[in-house]
Ligand binder design. Sequence first.
Ligand code: URA
Ligand code: SF4
Length: 223
Amino acid sequence: MPPRTPKTTAAPWVPEDGGLTALQLASRECRGCDLWRNATQTVFGEGPAHPDVMFVGEQPGDKEDLAGHPFVGPAGRVLDEALAAVGIDRRRAYVTNAVKHFKWERGSGQRRIHAKPNQLEIQACRPWLEAELRVLRPKALVCLGSTAAQALLGRTFRVTVHRGEWVDSPLAPNVLATVHPSSILRAPDEAARAEAMEAFIRDLRPVAALLASAETRSAAPGS
Ligand code: URA
Ligand code: SF4
């Protein structure tokens, strides 16, 4: 008989019930794929238990891996800036990643260079994302970049074609994808950076408008 190869999936580590805290705690022990081996710690999603909106990035970066919190490095600052520009309160947003461990390669010197997670790793980590959606039930779900979009909307989804558009998905009542904030940091010069930032902000405006109108409805007397 051939030896049984263990399946690459987070599923055995994901608790079937309990809320966000139970998920956060359990995720620390995940060995669903090999990425935990070279990472400092699991970087799980963070935010309120009843967020207006859930943002999904790719994976923690170097700073996030060390801090244990998502989007606290340079990409997080771009996200903060864009949220402030459209008037989304980051404290009411839940931020997470498609993959919860930092994947990296050794660069020159001691630098750890971000390495793109592969399909196997993205699929392995997806049960965490599904569990986050199950307990949080956000009104709006925003995929930041192609890794998140492909993890959640399928491998044929093209962010370049459909960025900033509402897409039909059973995952949340309102779902949209845009670029990853780190793509703005990679712009070749200041003018390109400003333009990329403007386009990112433009993509987030419908999300801000949706959240604002939901707020107006719930604040209206007699509603
Ligand atoms: N990039 C991501 O996709 N997620 C983070 O948490 C940080 C950088
Ligand atoms: Fe588990 Fe995801 Fe980390 Fe892989 S990347 S070990 S599936 S939490």
